[in-house]
Design a protein around this ligand. Sequence first.
Ligand SMILES: [Zn+2]
Length: 492
Amino acid sequence: MSLKIYNSLSQQLEDFVPIKKDHVTMYSCGPTVYDYFHIGNARTFLVSDIIRRYLEYKGYRVRLVQNLTDIDDKIIHRANEQGVDAAQLAQQYIDGYFADSEELGIRPADVHPCATDHITEIIDLIRNLIQKGYAYESEGDIYYRVTRFEGYGKLSNRNLEDLLAGARVEINHRKEDPRDFDLWKAVKPDEPWWDSPWGKGRPGWHIECSAMAIKHLGETIDIHAGGQDLQFPHHENEIAQSEAVTGKPFARYWVHTAFLQVNGGRMGKSEGNFIFIRDALKEYTPETIRHFLLSAHYRHPLNYNQHSLAESRSAVRRLQNCISRIQQYSPPDVDPRLVTSTQSKAELIRENNQLVDSTLTETVDQMRTSFESAMDDDFNTASAMGAVYTLVGQVNRRLQHSNQVERPTEVELGQAYQALATTCQILGIYNHDKSVAGDDLLVEPLMNLILELRQSARQRKDWETADQIRNQLAELSIELKDSKSGTTWQQQ
Ligand SMILES: [Zn+2]
């Protein structure tokens, strides 16, 4: 099956065909560095990371560019508030961005251009837009003439009439039309500035991305990614600016990540539920957070709450336990080509009429196929993880058998290991260095035993023993949760 991507521009699932065979150019809108990034931003950045990793897995050479917006109203406002230099504040959060994304396992892009390093390119682009009649100067500001660009609104599916109603709220006498947006802002007191043909000033946000994308990836890029909140006006304006200058499509596939909610509601400073990724990482491992962020398809909303995170934590633990158990039984470097007895083993199992209805080799093949079909279907990570955990369940079941026929061979375990390692590397939900080793492998079965003993105490109404088990586990920072479907445990 070939890779299909949902293109926000056409609002359809399309076959992915890059401009240049085997090469992909990708631009992802990066952070505006006036603060640390939050869990919602993390989802967007992670989606770009996963798309890149999966394209590489499929054999493409990917060039990913992610910009850093290091000059912006928010940066200037925050810097003035704190009485520091805007550039200094931006640098602090650029460092913070790299530290946090590294901890979350997000690979750096090939290029992370900063807007302030591209003032010349930005000015050239604006000059070009003015020459072509798409932009005009007004009292040192430069505005984009929205009605001049025929396709304006095509990405966000808006028409110019609707936009007029929305834009009338803001009154700016310098604009010819309320829908026009700024490309260059004339200097104001206490603001950083650069020289330009129109006097001192600084670039608008939208033009930065057009200039950096064209410079580092060319006039047409394959994939442009970003959060859903950027679709309008930011991405709409990027298209208007870039296509007006080049006369070519700016991006072939537009990928937008949906919003992340916190406890079922909007996340925001005013709501008091703002979660920076660096705070979340104090509570959960990077693998747990990645597992959670990938547990829904990127175009669907996702809800951050303790329950979902606890589920992800236990799923990651199950995966790490499984891989560690495989390593205990079999060296991980088994060459998968050494499969010789698949057929005979399958026959043996059928002859013995055991509960297992396929060999592990067959399960591994099925898992790879399901994983790839899920990822080929517009990067459906939720379903791809489902395939991974089906294999985890099967490996665990098979390793419990003492019967020689049902026990997986070293070759089968080697194949399972390689399949899990490869797919989990794409998802980033398994960390080899943090794998569970030695005695930790006993935790899961021992906890199951304890929970069973407590359950039988409860059944015979021996509340004293049941409570004693709960309290003593609490002293070990293990919390029990009773529900209708049974008891679960969680390490604090
Ligand atoms: Zn952008």
